[in-house]
Design a protein around this ligand. Structure first.
Ligand SMILES: *[C@@H]1O[C@H](CO)[C@@H](O)[C@H](O)[C@H]1NC(C)=O
Ligand SMILES: *[C@@H]1O[C@H](CO)[C@@H](O)[C@H](O)[C@H]1NC(C)=O
Ligand SMILES: *[C@@H]1O[C@H](CO)[C@@H](O)[C@H](O)[C@H]1NC(C)=O
Ligand SMILES: *[C@@H]1O[C@H](CO)[C@@H](O)[C@H](O)[C@H]1NC(C)=O
Length: 199
């Protein structure tokens, strides 16, 4: 029965060929996975950093629980990434007092390149904004001490780009608090750090 024997040998040979192919494929898949992991680790965007560098108030007027006021802010943002640029699709700055948003402003789209510091000069303005009675009372009392403690929130949608790679539509949330603004001596304002979350 020599033909059968040689047949078996041929089958065994084919089997080893197959297992070599499977092993090589597995190896390639693992290698590819490693390469993707390394590229991701190298390119993964780091969080942007935010602070409020300057703050002052203009045209403050509070009467009959209605507020007029302009908050002049310098919002400083730093992109610590070595390669990723941040494309801002939208950005909105809001000033809140005692949980009430009293003023906000939208900023035009812009690009923040890697390792770039951008200072956004914004002036969210309250124009005859109705406040709850208690909030208005607190604010008016605090005004008499010559200062106002507010918070600043920034909401933005960003896309990170590294070369041709894009990480689409991250939601950026920034919270800066407390921000103590002095009416007569804005220079006394203390630089305020912000907490940043990216989803
Ligand atoms: C706020 O400004 C508006 C005009 O923009 C004016 O009619 C209103 O009286 C002002 N309100 C206060 C409280 O000053
Ligand atoms: C703001 O809201 C939080 C919860 O929603 C509350 O605990 C806090 O007392 C509020 N602060 C003020 C100043 O109203
Ligand atoms: C950051 O980018 C802006 C806009 O492109 C530019 O005006 C500014 O000079 C840059 N700042 C630094 C520190 O590179
Ligand atoms: C401000 O934030 C940065 C970045 O999160 C942090 O490294 C630094 O220690 C903070 N500074 C203060 C004074 O909180």
């Amino acid at each position: 029965m020599p033909p059968r024997l040689s047949n078996q040998a041929g089958q065994r040979k084919q089997n080893t060929q197959w297992s070599t192919i499977v092993l090589v494929l597995l190896g390639l898949i693992i290698l590819l996975g490693l390469v993707i992991l390394i590229v991701w680790l190298v390119l993964k965007p780091k969080k942007l950093e935010y602070s409020i560098d300057e703050a002052s108030i203009d045209g403050y007027d509070l009467a009959k629980d209605h507020l007029n006021s302009t908050f002049n802010l310098v919002v400083r943002t730093y992109n610590p990434n070595r390669r990723a640029s941040a494309y801002y699709d939208s950005l909105e700055v809001a000033v809140t007092y005692g949980n009430q948003t009293v003023a906000y402003q939208e900023v035009q789209q812009f690009v923040q390149r890697h390792r770039n510091v951008t200072r956004l000069r914004v002036s969210p303005t309250a124009r005859y904004v109705a406040l709850p009675e208690k909030t208005a009372r607190d604010m008016s009392l605090e005004r008499k001490t010559g200062q106002l403690q507010v918070s600043v929130r920034v909401k933005a949608r960003i896309t990170f780009k590294v070369g041709l790679w894009k990480y689409r539509h991250h939601k950026l949330r920034v919270f800066c608090s407390p921000l103590v603004i002095y009416f007569s001596s804005p220079a006394k304002f203390q630089w305020t750090n912000c907490t940043v979350t990216i989803k």
